[in-house]
Ligand binder design. Structure first.
Ligand code: NAD
Length: 347
């Protein structure tokens, strides 16, 4: 049987590094082309990876290759037009986050998706990291009790962050800048743990002159869920490349978790609590099913599940409803961030 043909749109980091290997190695599809207006870049990536086609536009790629699956890995300013074009020309779409620049654009994408009956999934990959899946399972099983507070930390060493150090990087042109580029990750993790949220406040400040094109290098976001609060802290100033250390407080227990692990904490361990926590830990270890383990790359997980959704009607790894909610919160964040910054002394 002929394999389904796939095009990757955008031959930058997301397209060439995060998506390419998993589409290329998937047994049921054929990666037929890379697309980029920087045709030399698309051609180089295609040649280095044995991909037959390189095209300067989605229009030309679809016309010449006959592909019916498109993976969009371009800046969010281009997402709406590219996704709608793909739907209108019979293709299903895996779309990188952020969904779009505005909620209106994202709604426009979903409207065309529904009219054309095509399939859409937005890349929310970190919810499939082992530690996040474990924390989500704990919450779903009711072990944490009511989720009172989720605290997420997303920190990046600015000097080593390609988006922070490049004044011309596209992320500095969207509302919320570098932070709105990354915040969807924290929002969909919070959504998996706490459900729907609304934005309460954003605080942001500038503590260094190193990156004059960034209006803030420290950001604090507070959201309210039905049952509690979510706090997201972001910074460009940690010493190490990345820091992702999170906490969840429920009525029954508190947990620390990262992308890799999740474990219960007791403030003042006593014998009763310790035995209970040990029992829960052991129960989780013994009941853990190997097939639930996430692969080392969460993009691999998302791409495999997206293809299962498209080719075999499997479940969508990220529903349009989840993606719209995250986009709505990200839009509110961008607006709040820009207004906080305008009010800052000297800003
Ligand atoms: N999920 C993740 O962990 C993750 C990681 C990195 C990037 N991303 C997302 O992926 C997207 C791309 O980011 P990136 O880091 O690869 O950016 P990048 O700047 O490295 O690459 C983007 C590429 O898209 C190309 N491009 C621009 N307009 C185009 C168009 N109309 N058609 C085809 N190609 C076009 C550019 O020339 C460039 O080569 C963004 O939405 C970003 O937020 C997600």
């Amino acid at each position: 049987m002929e394999k389904a043909k796939v095009l990757i749109v955008g031959s930058g980091v997301a397209g060439a590094v995060r998506h390419l290997p998993f589409f290329k190695n998937h047994p049921e599809v054929e990666l037929v082309g890379m697309i980029d207006p920087d045709l030399a870049r698309a051609r180089r990536v295609a040649d280095e990876n044995g991909i037959p086609g390189a095209y300067p536009s989605l229009e030309e790629g679809l016309r010449r290759s006959g592909a019916r699956i498109v993976s969009i890995c371009t800046p969010p300013q281009t997402h709406k037009d590219l996704t709608i074009y793909a739907f209108e020309h019979g293709a299903d779409v895996l779309l990188e986050k952020p969904f779009a620049v505005t909620l209106d654009e994202a709604r426009g994408i979903v409207a065309v998706q529904q009219r054309t009956g095509r399939k859409l999934s937005v890349v929310h990959q970190n919810k499939f990291m082992a530690g996040i899946m474990r924390m989500t399972d704990i919450v779903r099983r009711g072990e944490a009790g009511r989720v009172l507070h989720v605290g997420l930390t997303w920190m990046t060493n600015g000097d080593q962050d390609r988006m922070v150090i490049d004044p011309n990087f596209w992320c500095h042109k969207i509302p919320g800048g570098r932070w709105a580029e990354s915040l969807p990750h924290q929002l969909y993790i919070a959504y998996a743990l706490a459900g729907e949220m609304r934005l309460l406040s954003v605080a942001a400040r500038k503590t260094t002159d190193k990156w004059p094109w960034m209006s803030a290098d420290e950001v604090d976001v507070v959201l309210e869920s039905k049952e509690g609060y979510v706090n997201i802290r972001m910074s460009a100033n940690p010493a190490e490349t990345k820091r992702r250390i999170n906490v969840l407080h429920g009525t029954k227990a508190s947990y620390m978790f990262s992308y890799k692990t999740a474990f219960a904490l007791a403030e003042r361990p006593n014998a009763k609590i310790s035995v209970e926590l040990f029992r829960r830990w052991l129960g989780a270890r013994l009941s853990a099913k190997p097939r639930q383990a996430a692969p080392p790359s969460p993009h691999e997980y998302v791409i495999n599940h997206f293809l299962d959704y498209v080719l075999h009607d499997g479940p969508n790894p990220t529903s349009p409803e989840e993606a719209l909610h995250v986009e709505e919160l990200n839009e509110h964040f961008g607006a709040a961030f820009e207004s906080v910054i305008r009010k800052a002394p000297g800003g």
